[in-house]
Design a protein around this ligand. Sequence first.
Ligand SMILES: C[S@@+](CC[C@H](N)C(=O)[O-])C[C@H]1O[C@@H](n2cnc3c(N)ncnc32)[C@H](O)[C@@H]1O
Length: 187
Amino acid sequence: MSAPPELPELVTRALRMSLQHGYVMASRNETGRLLATLAATRSGTMAECGTGCGVGAAWLRVGAPKGTRVLTAELDPELAHGVMEMFAGDDIDVMHADWSTLAEHAPFSLIFIDAESARHSPREEIIDMLETGGMIVLDDFSPSTNWPPMESGRVDQLRQAWLTDERFTSVDVMVAPDTSVLIAVKR
Ligand SMILES: C[S@@+](CC[C@H](N)C(=O)[O-])C[C@H]1O[C@@H](n2cnc3c(N)ncnc32)[C@H](O)[C@@H]1O
């Protein structure tokens, strides 16, 4: 194990909610620890596209300095309102909304989104929400040692687009044997 097994209380609460809802899409701990570390370098407002049961938002809040804002949007009403209730008083703003409405609160110093959601979203819309020097963290890729990167036997065009976009400095980090996370910083 590469990190202490204890989890922050905020994260434990969100994981408990995932368990209660049988929600299997929550971010894994390796990704969460990376996310918290990146959030610790940020100021301003950070945004998450797709709250789920609040695991990613919890890790963001754990890492983010005081005075920063953590905002997260979830389309599913039951999940959104459940997380709102769970995080009442925890300095995390939960919206029951399509993530595209986050644009009203942009620019962001960090955006966290899973690869599947990003595949169904216009990339330029995401880029427009990032401030200069801001970073996007894309979760849930399959590790690939090839170039171009592959996903299910095909070229992973989303990952290729982020890794070759000259407006960004980017890296694909394998956080676990079955998961990699892409980090791209807007120049
Ligand atoms: C992979 S899960 C997110 C996991 C979460 N970020 C975490 O760290 O545990 C994707 C979530 O996005 C939500 N979602 C899908 N489309 C959305 C949209 N257009 N706007 C907001 N949320 C959306 C889904 O309901 C689902 O809960």
